[in-house]
Design a protein around this ligand. Structure first.
Ligand code: DAH
Length: 344
């Protein structure tokens, strides 16, 4: 019996020594110490032995159980530590490495420019017009007729304006000035609005011209509004947008919907006024048209021209952005080249 017990012990010790899979520890425990193990069987049958033998075999069997149990525990700890170290080594993270940066998107430079300009005017008390009150697909009625543009005006020519087949006289607006008419239609004076948006012209594309571009329209109608108010407003805007020392000039001009009319030029920063392809060799770039609202327009919109007067202006967003950042080709705004867009 003693021999059998010692054999059990040495078999168990052998198996424990050679095991290297932690999940097998339980199997070995069940095999040697479990309910159906040889050792348990021997302990169960102790009652059939003499008192003398019971003592010797009983204590030997218990000792063997204890040894197997403690060797299993030791082996378990050993394998556990081994596994853990292996895992730690494999899943090592160098926390001193720089992180993977996220790419952030940003607003398109034209959107930034529109936001900047409309904010300047909103601070002066102008209300921002919603897109639905300044549509890009427009009738001639709003784009030309009510703005006092004669039926035979060259701007109406198919060479200049995109006509659609959506309906009779439906065009892609050639100017944001349609929003003036819609503002006067929707509200009685005083009116003080700013309306940014896209406009379309059938033009040969070049470094300075694209057939889609953006304008910001302004309109102020109230009592006692003078040309001095217009000039003061535009000067103030230019000072805020460009800073104090930008070279600009105010020049008289003509628009069917304003009388008198003016244009504002900004010195070309691509050539410092010497003349280049962006300013067509002129040294100056026109950035906006403006003037006192023509009494004919007020009359069209049933506004008492003896009581009210007003001024209006329309500025080119691309031009203003180009002159601020020295962008020498308008087409850069539409190519979506990330190397360009990232700079703003
Ligand atoms: N709509 C004109 C254009 O596209 C610009 C303009 C001139 C707008 C005079 C105005 C204005 O509101 O009063 O060339």
């Amino acid at each position: 019996m003693e021999k059998v017990l010692n054999e059990i012990l040495s078999n168990a010790q052998n198996e424990i020594k050679n095991v290297n899979d932690i999940s097998r520890i339980d199997e070995i425990r069940i095999k040697y110490l479990g309910r159906n193990s040889e050792l348990t069987e021997i302990k169960k049958n102790l009652k059939n032995l003499s008192n003398e033998e019971k003592k010797i075999i009983g204590s030997l069997a218990n000792n063997i159980s204890n040894v197997i149990d403690s060797e299993l525990k030791i082996k378990y700890d050993e394998l556990y530590t081994l596994n853990l170290n292996k895992k730690l080594e494999e899943e090592y993270i160098d926390i001193t490495l720089p992180g993977i940066g996220r790419q952030y998107g940003k607003l398109h430079p034209l959107t930034q420019t529109i936001n900047e300009i409309t904010t300047i005017f909103e601070k002066m008390g102008y209300s921002l017009i919603k897109d639905k009150d300044s549509p890009e697909v427009e009738t001639e009625y709003f784009n030309f007729d009510m703005l006092n543009v004669p039926k035979d005006h060259p701007a109406r020519d198919m060479q200049d304006t995109f006509y659609t087949n959506v309906g009779k006289n439906v065009v892609l607006r050639s100017q944001t000035s349609n929003s003036q008419i819609r503002a006067m239609m929707n509200k009685k004076p005083p009116i003080k609005i700013i309306a940014p948006g896209r406009v379309y012209r059938s033009e040969a594309v070049s470094a300075r011209k694209n057939n889609l571009f953006h304008q910001i329209e302004g309109l102020l109608i109230d009592t006692n509004i003078t040309f001095g108010d217009l000039k003061g407003t535009l000067n103030e805007f230019i000072k805020i947008y460009f800073g104090e020392d930008k070279k600009t000039r105010f020049r008289s001009s003509f628009f069917p919907f304003t009388e008198p009319s003016a244009e504002v030029d900004v010195q070309c920063i691509m050539c410092n006024g010497k003349g280049c392809r962006v300013c067509s060799g002129l040294g100056w770039l026109e950035v906006l048209g403006a003037g006192m609202v023509d009494p004919n327009v007020l009359e069209n919109m049933d506004i008492d021209k003896d009581k009210y007067s007003g001024f209006a202006f329309g500025m080119g967003v691309e031009r203003l952005a180009m002159l601020k950042w020295a962008i020498d080709d308008i087409r850069l705004f539409y190519n979506n080249d990330i190397r360009f867009l990232k700079q703003f």
